[in-house]
Design a protein around this ligand. Sequence first.
Ligand SMILES: NC(=O)c1ccc[n+]([C@@H]2O[C@H](COP(=O)([O-])OP(=O)(O)OC[C@H]3O[C@@H](n4cnc5c(N)ncnc54)[C@H](OP(=O)(O)O)[C@@H]3O)[C@@H](O)[C@H]2O)c1
Length: 276
Amino acid sequence: MKNIVISGGTDGIGKALALTYLIRGDNIIVIGRNKEKGKAFIEAANEIDAGTRAYFIQADLSLVSENKKVIEEIKSKFSVVDALVLCARHYRTTRLETAEGFEDNFALFYLSRFLLSHGLVESLEKADNPIIMNVAGPGADLSVIHWNDLGLEQGYNGGTALTQGGKLNDLLGVSFAGKHGAGRIRYVLFHPGTTSTSFSGEYDEPTAAHIVAMKKFGKPVVESIEPIVVIINAPPPEPLSAFVEGKRISVEHKSFDKDASKRLYDVTRELLVTLT
Ligand SMILES: NC(=O)c1ccc[n+]([C@@H]2O[C@H](COP(=O)([O-])OP(=O)(O)OC[C@H]3O[C@@H](n4cnc5c(N)ncnc54)[C@H](OP(=O)(O)O)[C@@H]3O)[C@@H](O)[C@H]2O)c1
């Protein structure tokens, strides 16, 4: 019986994984904003007699303060975390700043994953074969990062924000593995390919039409999670690895540059210090 935490585990790929692991007999914490979705998850758990192993934490992970609370709540429920699966994401056609002053996509898609990954190291290190599964879109070129304008104040575009966020997660993986690679935790970057999910987001009309097509032609979630389950069950031996639809891609590539990852780590620490 494993303890598994899934951000964005109330919908799409995260929810499918959560239900899979509940059926297998594991303890699951899912995190999301929407209370109704959380309730539906607990009801689904009760239906399969797994209610005592299912937890929902309601939180807005675009806020640093909420991530900190979530980390404490996870620690109070699970003394050991076997797997942290990062799936929360929300697309925005129009730029939005959080109450803490960060661009929303940067805050949710990257900063939350940074906080959860680093904040749960101690709990993960207590497991036999711990893994952080960061479900995003590894492999883009480093040039998609707007180093002097990470919050995209100039020329915001939802697609640009998403692509940059994916790359920031690649660099998060690189710096995390650099820092904790001598320990047990294996960091995996995973691109599921286009999958028919809820595509959480706020879209303008043309983008909404595109999303309808993606929902129609995307893979079913059950198919997308197959390779994720395989990797979580038997994490690769290397501290960092990356996969696109189950196929391994090299992280010994200049787009996973160590200097860039250090730069991002330092910038992130500075941004977080300004909040305290
Ligand atoms: N679907 C695809 O085609 C595709 C392709 C490439 C990569 N991916 C990656 O796969 C991962 C999962 O995507 P998906 O399409 O399966 O997700 P999804 O169906 O869009 O669900 C998103 C999840 O994130 C949660 N969420 C959104 N905003 C949140 C916030 N501020 N705080 C806390 N939780 C929040 C949602 O819960 P609430 O509704 O309660 O907020 C929901 O559980 C994402 O990281 C995505 O980048 C997906």
